[in-house]
Design a binder for this molecule. Structure first.
Ligand SMILES: Cc1ncc(COP(=O)(O)O)c(C=O)c1O
Length: 584
């Protein structure tokens, strides 16, 4: 396996330093005993809605705890031929609210690097208090980060104190804005270790706008190749439309289930096969927003050696990993700030090597992008710095919040956030994988790596009932909403990873395109479900700066309500309308 560059890439690196790895990773059966989880027979949660309440007594049909069965189980595990279904039959982990403190103590023992000095716990209590005040379990950091209350205070204070005008002039108000804008630029470069001599930092509305800037301006031509991983956000996929229009070939390099990692040999083949003497662009995400996979950043060097330009989409990677631009050396890197620190929204950036300016040719000019433009003369000169790409007026009142937001993350410590996310992800992966129905069938099928090696804190999965029937992710979302859990369902604007996860190939997907009338997502989803027997969508949870163990554990309590329940039961309105859920 190729290794990553940069200090914060992959939780595996942390594991080597023993920071977020389980202190003593026990065997699954021992682990459950240490966690103090009850045998399934001794108590049972009534429904998903009971996750905030108290476990109901065992049903009369539940078998009593049986020490003989337990030893049979351990014997089964010793026999490799027995398979995991034999192992888990009775000794199932059970998550219930009353066991939270006990489970947390066990978690702290197993992951001593989680929050060693309690600083992040304190941060959660003070700066993200609204989560606990509102009883909110927020598990969508890949969708958007959460802002700290102190970020808002600092920004409000600045807005109250300063007179700030449009930066495109020389008035005191304008110069004050320009100064704050340039300070933000310097802070961003420093945060990502992008030396000013080497890299431009172009402010955009978001990562998508940064990606579009590259796509629409890149000098694709006849004979060029645009290569990209099948695992990409649609805002990267969309660049293929610019490439095709300019006559370039578009090549996808596949990712393979269940880990959803890149086929590296195929990628190397594509890089070697491209024509020389034309511009070729490779685009991939440093971290998948679907599976959490961290694609190997040393691809940048390999592509450069083969004469390619490289665009690294760092949007999902940057919030919990150190993205070291000077080490990775991408030609272009894109991100959105709200994913890192919640506030401000509406701002992202394109980090671009200065010497790559020549490979972009802007298709137009706008206010602020030119040195001069003339109507009578019919010409214009684009500027030779960031301003050439910042169309019109940048969001100058919110740019200072980028400075305060990154300072906040700096104080919290990106490495500490990275460790924390790694520990929680490790625990979640083990716990999700261990949820079993009677009979041993898994409740959860993880799409992506099952360990923290070369992956981030985004975990995507599907759920199945005891008979293996798929549970509708939209129903899971509906039930989660009722108990104030924020998660994400669907394909997360990453159709390539979803198709790989669900084994949907060209033979399944081509027929949906080229029609006169657009196909709606729900229609597509429904038809694929009927034809393929699976939903083409999934459930995604992701952790971040403010996630604590209680969030992760309570989420498992929520999922516990699905254990041993059939799809028919889950889909009944009463399942959602249980009293505990209504009061949550
Ligand atoms: C990996 C990745 N790239 C790009 C984007 C697009 O970001 P935005 O919607 O902020 O433009 C996202 C958003 O989720 C993402 O996860």
């Amino acid at each position: 396996m190729t290794s990553h560059l940069g200090p914060g890439t992959g939780f595996a690196r942390e594991r080597q330093r023993d920071l977020c790895a389980p202190a003593d990773r026990p065997r699954p059966d021992r682990m459950r005993q240490q966690a103090g989880f009850l045998p399934a027979a001794s108590s049972r949660l009534g429904s998903v809605g009971d996750f905030l309440g108290v476990a109901v007594p065992a049903r009369p049909s539940d078998p009593p705890p049986d020490p003989v069965a337990t030893s049979a189980l351990i014997r089964a595990e010793a026999d490799p031929a027995a398979g995991d279904r034999a192992v888990i039959t009775r000794d199932r982990a059970v998550y219930e609210p009353l066991r939270l403190r006990e489970a947390e103590a066990d978690f702290s023992r197993r992951y001593p690097g989680f929050d060693p000095d309690g600083a992040l716990a304190e941060l959660r209590r003070l700066d993200y208090a609204r989560l606990d005040e509102g009883g909110h379990i927020y598990l969508d950091y890949t969708g958007g980060g959460l802002h700290a209350a102190s970020q808002i205070d600092a920004h409000a204070e600045l807005m109250r104190a300063r007179v700030l005008g449009n930066p495109h002039s020389n008035s005191p108000a304008s110069l004050a804005s320009t100064e704050l804008m340039e300070r933000a630029r310097a802070v961003v470069r420093e945060f990502f270790n992008a030396p000013p001599d080497d890299y431009l930092c172009v402010f955009t509305a978001n990562a998508s706008a940064a990606l579009r800037l590259v796509g629409e301006s890149y000098r694709f031509g006849l004979g060029s190749t645009f290569a990209l991983t099948a695992d990409n956000h649609n805002s990267v996929n969309g660049i293929r439309e610019f490439a095709r229009r300019k006559g370039a070939e578009v090549v996808y390099v596949l990712v393979t289930a269940p880990e959803l990692r890149l086929d590296r040999a195929a990628m190397s083949g594509v890089l070697r096969a491209a024509e020389t003497g034309v511009r070729n662009l490779l685009a991939f995400p440093a971290q998948s927003n679907f599976s959490g996979v961290q694609h190997p950043l040393d691809l940048v060097g390999e592509a450069h050696a083969a004469g390619w330009d490289v665009l690294v989409d760092a949007a999902a990677f940057a919030p919990t990993n150190r993205f070291d631009v000077a080490k990775v050396r991408p030609d272009f890197a894109t991100l959105s700030f709200y994913k890192i620190m919640g506030f401000p929204t509406g701002l992202g950036c394109l980090l671009m090597r200065r010497d790559r300016l020549g490979v972009l040719s802007r298709p137009w000019f706008a206010g602020g992008t030119v040195t001069v433009a003339s109507v009578a003369g019919g010409g214009h000169y684009l500027r030779r710095d960031e301003a050439a790409f910042e169309d019109g007026t940048v969001d100058y009142l919110n740019l200072p919040a980028v400075t305060t937001g990154l300072a906040h993350i700096g104080r919290a410590g990106l490495d500490a956030i990275h460790r924390r996310a790694g520990c929680l992800t490790g625990w979640l992966l083990d716990a999700l994988d261990g949820l079993r129905h009677q009979g041993g069938r898994r409740l959860v099928q993880i799409h992506g790596p099952r360990t923290t090696v070369e992956r981030g804190g985004t975990v995507t999965f599907s759920m199945h009932d005891p008979d293996g029937r798929p549970i509708d992710d939209l129903r899971v979302e509906e039930l989660a909403n009722q108990v104030n859990i924020s998660l994400r369902t669907g394909c997360f604007c990453n159709p390539g990873a979803a198709e790989a996860a669900h084994q949907l190939g060209a033979e399944h997907m081509r027929k949906w395109f080229g029609r006169g009338e657009p196909v709606s997502y729900l229609e597509l989803r429904d038809r694929i479900r009927r034809e393929h027997g699976q939903f083409p969508s999934a459930i995604r949870i992701s952790v971040g700066v403010a996630t604590n163990f209680a969030d992760a554990y309570r989420f498992l309590c929520f999922l516990q309500g699905f254990v041993d329940r059939s799809v028919a039961e889950i889909n009944q309105p009463a399942f959602a309308a249980s009293p505990a859920m209504a009061s949550a």
